[in-house]
Design a protein around this ligand. Structure first.
Ligand code: UGA
Length: 438
């Protein structure tokens, strides 16, 4: 079985590497020549644990190939997985331009019956449209069918998530398509959900949006905890023993970011409006998250009023640890606001720094250690719970920062008692605001 993957982003590349790892013959296609050449040299364009190792190993073994020549690759393939991006349009809907570009290339190139499998997150009904489009644009007299097979990997654990996926969802309209996909996933032992295309598309959005809803819900409870003197960590612990609630995705913070939740909540909201229905819970999820992003900034303003000339340290830039991805990272709008206020910013995030420099290069100072970033800081913002930040020796805040420093922790990295014992000003999410005794 010859498998071709369109797109070498997170979804495409990880899918390609993992399918070759379980023994399939896979070729990953991308229009970016430089990216493909680097991949052939074993260099992954994204930071993802174990990905580079899998790429190098399977490329050497000849099971994984890379190419820009889509015409040749699509010509005789059995299955094409589409893993290109579906970014957000300004109205919140999903932009499907890349998907249809790939469909066009497939339609013009295939010379053999083939199954097109949509891995990208696409609005309900897109797979039907895709199949129609292919049929209308086919150059040769072959049979093509479209199946939905959404991806559930999370960044930072993408390889692990794919090889040990919680479930494999297959949305098909024929036995033939179903059997082909069952063959692809033969070696995977996870639960299989086989359904029609529209339900598969909806499973993906409903799953992501439910997780986003969970985060916004707990963030609102955290905000209320602060007002009524409760502690969010004890509250979530108390909730979690009810197995119907569970203990996952209940970490309060400065909101969700990344390439999925922000985009997928807006896309589902848009889709519901388009179908004359309002998804009120998702609308609220989006609003709460938007507001939550600026929580630390608002606190800093409340405490200091003027931030002009203030020495600010920023620890963590990426939207979560374990990735260099900055898409929708709360750090970005916060840095923008701090700069507008005239704050002097020093930042530390060894993984996210390179990408952040593409947004702000000269405006902030990048440091090679937490110590350098917090030196003489009057405000410390924690945006990402990197292990290094969580394990940082707390006494150093005392010694290295300005003596009145306020640590604004957007990811609840430290224990309240540890900060109290050190007599530091410490503001976190949904917990008591610790103020230094002078
Ligand atoms: C998310 C989903 O977790 C995956 O299941 C899904 O496949 C993926 O989107 C996708 O659609 O491709 P990802 O965006 O990589 O994965 O990251 P998450 O680990 O889910 O985190 C998203 C955001 O939520 C982060 O900013 C994180 O800090 C935040 N978060 C997560 C919280 O604020 N609290 C939590 O308890 C958990």
């Amino acid at each position: 079985m010859k498998i071709v993957i369109a797109g070498t982003g997170y979804v495409g590349l990880v899918t390609g590497a993992c399918l070759s790892e379980v023994g399939h013959n896979v070729t990953c296609i991308d229009v970016d020549y430089e990216k493909i050449e680097k991949l052939k040299l074993g260099i992954s364009p994204i930071y993802e644990p174990n990905l580079e190792e899998l790429i190098v190993k399977n490329y050497k073994e000849g099971k994984l190939n890379f190419s820009t020549d889509y015409e040749t690759e699509y010509k005789d393939c059995d299955i094409v997985f589409i893993g290109v991006g579906t970014p957000e349009r300004s109205d919140g809907s999903a932009n499907l331009d890349y998907i249809f570009k790939v469909l066009n290339q497939i339609a013009r190139s295939v010379e053999k019956d083939c199954l097109v499998v949509m891995k990208s997150t696409v609005p309900v009904g897109t797979n039907d449209r895709a199949e129609l489009y292919l049929k209308e644009h086919l150059k040769n007299n072959v049979k093509v069918e479209v199946a939905s097979n959404p991806e559930f990997l999370a960044q930072g654990t993408a390889v692990l998530d794919t090889l040990n996926a919680s479930r494999i969802v297959i949305g098909v309209e024929s036995e033939e398509a179903k059997n082909k996909l069952l063959e692809v996933y033969e070696r995977f032992k996870q639960p299989l959900v086989i359904t029609n295309r529209r339900s598969a598309e909806m499973i993906k959005y409903a799953s992501n949006d439910f997780l986003a809803l969970k985060i916004s819900f707990i963030n609102e409870i955290a905000n209320l905890c602060e007002k009524v003197g409760a502690n969010i960590e004890d509250v979530t612990k108390g909730m979690s023993y009810d197995t119907r609630i569970g203990n996952k995705f209940l970490n309060a913070g400065i909101g969700y970011g990344g390439s999925c939740f922000p985009k997928d909540t807006k896309a589902l909201h848009w889709l519901s409006n388009d179908n004359e229905y309002e998804l009120k819970t998702i609308k609220a999820t989006i609003e709460v998250n938007e507001n939550q992003k600026y929580k630390l900034f608002r606190k800093a303003k409340e405490l200091y009023g003027e931030l002009k000339g203030k020495n600010v340290a920023i620890l963590g830039l990426t939207f979560k640890p374990g990735t260099d991805d900055l898409r929708e990272a709360p750090s970005i709008p916060n840095v923008r606001r701090l700069l507008e206020e005239g704050a002097i910013i020093k930042a530390y995030d060894s993984v996210g720094e390179e990408n952040f420099k593409k947004i702000y290069k000269e405006e902030i100072t990048y440091c090679n250690s937490i110590e350098n970033a917090i030196h003489k800081a009057e405000l410390v913002f924690i945006f990402t719970e990197w292990k290094e930040v969580k394990e940082f020796e707390l006494d150093k805040y005392k010694v290295m920062c300005n003596e009145d420093v306020v640590i604004l922790d957007g990811r609840n990295c430290y224990r309240i008692d540890d900060m109290k014992n050190r007599n530091l000003n410490y503001y976190s999410i949904g917990r008591e605001f610790i103020k230094r005794n002078k």
